[in-house]
Write a protein that binds this ligand. Structure first.
Ligand SMILES: [Zn+2]
Length: 356
């Protein structure tokens, strides 16, 4: 004889019901806010389905349609508890499918298919994710020891599962959890003191179904960050030496040798923000014989470039290893999901000798 398995939790049961084990059936009465069935009711499962039909104003459905309707309605109720914007489309589809279950229609039309067990597992993932997230939110990243931080991140890394990409409902849920992870754990936590890096990663997170916009940055804070960086100063001095001798002005643009336009920053925020940037320089001497510069730094922001961090950071960055190994790997998965996307970045500013 075939073993019966509960279509919600997938555990075996040997009871007269068609779909659910007794424990799950009790939970469903609670979930749907139905009072317990009267004792006189022999088949509590069928009664639940009838109640669901009544609640949806469907009064003369056959048994089979009642069961199908119940599954869709239960799925919708569970999906609503997850509260993710990315599930909006899916909710609409299930609602429509519910509407289209009619007493006298011949077929049941489905615009989206799923199993209740899939939804059940997703709800449990989201529950576990939210609980772990609350723990991670308590970390003080300024003092966190790297081992502990790494362990917390590993405890939540089940949300970076590529096999969940194939079903639309799982995809939307895993997408949303990953989006929340980057937003809360990385941007709001680990990168809280690195404003530029946080801003760029934030811009590369795409809202479900959208592409991130390119970014042009021209603010004083970013300018200050760059002109005070050792690598910037070195670069400018090299350029003056090479191009500025006995001249009133010079331009270093894309025609110049690569080593003259490539710039890699050392230390902190800039190290995490810009990876393989190019710097275009327009220089002109003013009446005091000082060089004035118009600078344009261009980069294709790609979070997964973090893997190279180790190569060119010369200072001992506290969280560097987490970014270059663990988070980089997770970033690759999120790129596959489309949660993290690349975009073009331009930073423009003016400065002159003596300011940096
Ligand atoms: Zn069950």
């Amino acid at each position: 004889m075939d073993e019966k398995r509960c279509i919600l939790c997938n555990k075996p049961y040997n009871y007269k019901y068609v779909m659910f084990g007794r424990g799950c059936l009790d939970n469903l009465y609670d979930l749907l806010g139905f009072s317990k069935s009267p004792r006189i009711i022999w088949n509590k499962e069928l009664y639940l389905c009838t109640r669901i039909a009544w609640k949806n104003h469907k009064f003369f459905l056959g048994k089979k349609k009642k069961y199908v309707l119940a599954q869709k309605y239960i799925a919708l109720t569970y999906i609503n508890t997850m509260n993710y914007e990315a599930l909006k489309d899916i909710k609409e589809k299930i609602s429509n499918d519910i509407k289209n279950i009619k007493t006298f229609s011949r077929n049941i039309v489905e615009t989206i298919s799923f199993s209740l067990n899939e939804i059940y597992k997703l709800v449990n993932y989201v529950h576990k994710f939210n609980e772990t997230l609350e723990e991670i939110k308590k970390i003080n990243w300024e003092e966190a020891d790297e081992k502990k931080a790494e362990n917390f991140i590993k405890s939540i890394s089940f949300i970076f599962d590529l096999t969940e990409k194939t079903s639309p409902i799982s995809y939307a849920v895993f997408y949303s959890m990953q989006y929340t992870f980057w937003q809360v754990v990385v941007i709001g936590g680990m990168l809280a003191n690195m404003k530029l890096s946080a801003r760029l990663l934030s811009n590369s997170l795409s809202i479900f179904g959208q592409k991130p916009q390119d970014l042009v940055i021209e603010d004083d804070e970013t300018t200050e960050l760059i002109i005070k960086n050792e690598r910037f100063k070195e670069k400018i001095n090299q350029l003056i030496k090479k191009y500025g001798k006995n001249k009133e002005d010079f331009i270093v643009d894309n025609e110049a040798p690569k080593e003259d336009i490539l710039i890699r920053f050392n230390g902190g925020d800039l190290l995490y923000a810009l990876h393989d940037a190019t710097m275009l320089t327009k220089a002109k001497k003013d009446k005091d014989n000082k060089w004035n510069f118009e600078i344009e730094i261009n980069d294709i922001y790609d979070f997964t470039d973090f893997k190279d961090l180790k190569e060119y950071s010369d200072s001992e960055e506290r969280l560097r290893d987490i970014f270059s190994s663990t988070l980089n790997n997770l970033g690759v998965v999120s790129s596959e999901y489309g949660v993290i996307q690349t975009f073009n970045l331009k930073i423009k500013f003016k400065t002159k000798e003596g300011e940096f």
